[in-house]
Design a protein around this ligand. Sequence first.
Ligand SMILES: Nc1nc2c(c(=O)[nH]1)N[C@H]1C(S)=C(S)[C@@H](COP(=O)(O)OP(=O)(O)OC[C@H]3O[C@@H](n4cnc5c(=O)[nH]c(N)nc54)[C@H](O)[C@@H]3O)O[C@H]1N2
Ligand SMILES: Nc1nc2c(c(=O)[nH]1)N[C@H]1C(S)=C(S)[C@@H](COP(=O)(O)OP(=O)(O)OC[C@H]3O[C@@H](n4cnc5c(=O)[nH]c(N)nc54)[C@H](O)[C@@H]3O)O[C@H]1N2
Ligand SMILES: [Mo]
Length: 772
Amino acid sequence: MSRSGPTSDIDESDLEVHRPKAWAAGTPGVAVSLRRGVEQMGPLRTARTLSLLNQREGFDCPGCAWPEPQAADGEGRKLAEFCENGAKAVAEEATRRRVGPEFFAAHPVAELAERTDYWLGQQGRLTHPMVLRQGATHYEPISWDGAFALVADKLRELSNPDEAMFYTSGRTSNEAAFLYQLLARSFGTNNLPDCSNMCHESSGAALTESTGIGKGSVSLADIHHADLIVVIGQNPGTNHPRMLAALEQAKTRGARIIAVNPLPEAGLLRFKNPQNVRGLLGRGTALADEFAQVRLGGDLALFQAIGHLLLSWEDAAPGTVLDRDFIDDSTHGFEDYAKNLRELDWAAIDQATGLSRSQIVKIARMISDSERTVYCWAMGVTQHRHAVPTIQEITNVALLRGMIGKPGAGLCPVRGHSNVQGDRTMGVWEKMPEEFLDALDAEFDITVPRKHGLDTVDAIRAMRDGRGKVFVGMGGNFAAATPDSALTERALRSCELTVHVSTKLNRSHVVHGKTALILPTLGRTERDVQATGEQFVTVEDSMSCVHASRGRLRPADQHLLSEVAIVCRLARTLLGDGHAVPWREFERDYDQIRDRIARVVPGCENYNARVREPDGFVLPHPPRDSREFTGTATGKAHFTASELEFPEVPAGRLLLQTLRSHDQYNTTIYGLSDRYRGIEDARRVVLAHAEDLAELGFADGDLVDLVSEWEGTDRRAERFRVVAYPTARGCAAAYFPEANALVPLDSVARKSNTPVSKAIIVRLEATASGRQ
Ligand SMILES: Nc1nc2c(c(=O)[nH]1)N[C@H]1C(S)=C(S)[C@@H](COP(=O)(O)OP(=O)(O)OC[C@H]3O[C@@H](n4cnc5c(=O)[nH]c(N)nc54)[C@H](O)[C@@H]3O)O[C@H]1N2
Ligand SMILES: Nc1nc2c(c(=O)[nH]1)N[C@H]1C(S)=C(S)[C@@H](COP(=O)(O)OP(=O)(O)OC[C@H]3O[C@@H](n4cnc5c(=O)[nH]c(N)nc54)[C@H](O)[C@@H]3O)O[C@H]1N2
Ligand SMILES: [Mo]
């Protein structure tokens, strides 16, 4: 299998490599946010837009899911409660560039398929519903009614509703998500794959087993008041920049920080807060006290070793290390866990982590000395074959010291998309619990299916095998975000119909089914006016806080419909006006949707009133609120015993992770500046340790193909420039989506089915000279 991917519009030979930075944010961050804003929106719109970002009367940032400070945290919001990358996210959406019918008339879809995601995204906002008819070379305009009739016809032609798939990306509001899952289930399928399947699914699976609830247990105040924060497999300087302000606050109160990462990410080392003078002009605040440069996939081993040390110190001095009361009263399975870790294969720990014994002991000491520890993690942990047991080993260490359900302590999976957590709460999941489905049936007098649906990886398999025939995407960029690009693209192309509800042009529009539709929609920044007047929507952040978001900008085009309106109109066309769900009323007045959410979704009672409070409200979380673990089988938190597991890499190979540059939002490429890592003006780069390169016979600047090896099959991504970089030994890194061609579809995390995007066995091959 071979695919070089479209490169035509980025001149990769412009690559410039500078020394990686040792600090994040500061003045360059402010300058970049303003420059990108002005490029896309002009100066006036930039000023107005940024002043509304994350304010109570404004809109929720469509960037990441990091929470806004609340009055209850004693902090309140700053005048500029956004970051460089939030400003870029908004600039992308509020851009004045447009992609209308003339654009599609000028560009055959085959030509667009040769473009990079960067070029496609830079063309601007979609303005008209467009159709690509079977065999046609160009997209052409279609009326909204015509588009809905086409989707309804194709869905009705299916021999079985399970041949349809309804994908969601995590920017969709709670209201749209609630209606979207209701549409899929009213039609007769639980096929609701979502971006979370590729993201924090492993956290949900692990935490549900261990604590009874698949969400994090901390608030922002807990971060501020922790005395130790462990940041594992996360690059907050780029992906959650506002988190740095929270880490800085904790540091000024005396907290210590441990960063566990194969890369010395600038945002983990030092932060120059752009909101104060010291940050803008001074040296800023040092963040990580301890930087553990772990090997990819070595975290399970590290936390087993920490657990082992804590247990042995407790044995040596009983009553000094473990929180015995908590373990006895509130947990289950301690003996099995302790037995599992009594004997430890230190040689295997060394090999897995690449860390010195003394550093592991030091970290374990910091953990045993801490009274209030918060554990944060993201994709560096969740996208591994053993992601679920890894998160459970982190949880085990937290449980040993009773670090859950008390102030300043807890578990904090840091979510990605701004409303990915809310979409789940609203029922976007292929295997929602029976009680939720029962509540839908009772509320609407319908019968929704009970058979579990397809997740992202299984949806690709279904399309590949001809069992999946209609693909509908509520946002996102399925073709580019998913693994095994060549296979996935063939799968999508074999569909009878692909439909995308989108704000911007992307690869999923040009890797299309036999017939394809693009349905343009309002973004979160835009005013949403329906028959009863101006509407707002609601979202849930990474810390379970639900609040309102009000679009305030003029819509990119008068033809745009809101996501809610699109779902309601499609539902009426498909299910008929006599359908038991009052779709027409929902479109007219979003309060009516919220009244139903209040009655169906646990914890959302009195929803309409509570989301109108200035800071919204926080969903219940029994372990956080009262140290109760009502969601587990025993009613207690569960220690788990796992085998020691880590990726084994054959000689002459590297272990590759795929990650985000500082200048992209998943598949949306903002620009070509990975400023903190010092990579400028190119994206097809592979970062590897200089000594590994020397051993493999390569040097900085070489042009190579990356070949991944999986169960006897090779996958190739061509023409990557080698960059010598201070990563952990044996490890390498390349950007996604370019490197997605290398991730085998069947390489998934056990239990969560999440693609293993952070541990791909690769060999480097010099690019054949004919292709140089
Ligand atoms: N600006 C911006 N913001 C974003 C996004 C974006 O693309 N751009 N994406 C959003 C989304 S959807 C998400 S999920 C989050 C993603 O946020 P992150 O998880 O921070 O994103 P990644 O770029 O995948 O970075 C993974 C980090 O984990 C490290 N890592 C990789 N493998 C391992 C490992 O085995 N062990 C350890 N300890 N560390 C490892 C990498 O070196 C890197 O620092 O960000 C969200 N916010
Ligand atoms: N190799 C590799 N692959 C990965 C990852 C990785 O680390 N490595 N990370 C994974 C992760 S964590 C995630 S979350 C997924 C992301 O997967 P997706 O969520 O599917 O991808 P995005 O790139 O975030 O989607 C961008 C598109 O969303 C549309 N959009 C933006 N805003 C809106 C809106 O308000 N409404 C609607 N309807 N559409 C909108 C735009 O058209 C834009 O082109 O990718 C995963 N893929
Ligand atoms: Mo994500």
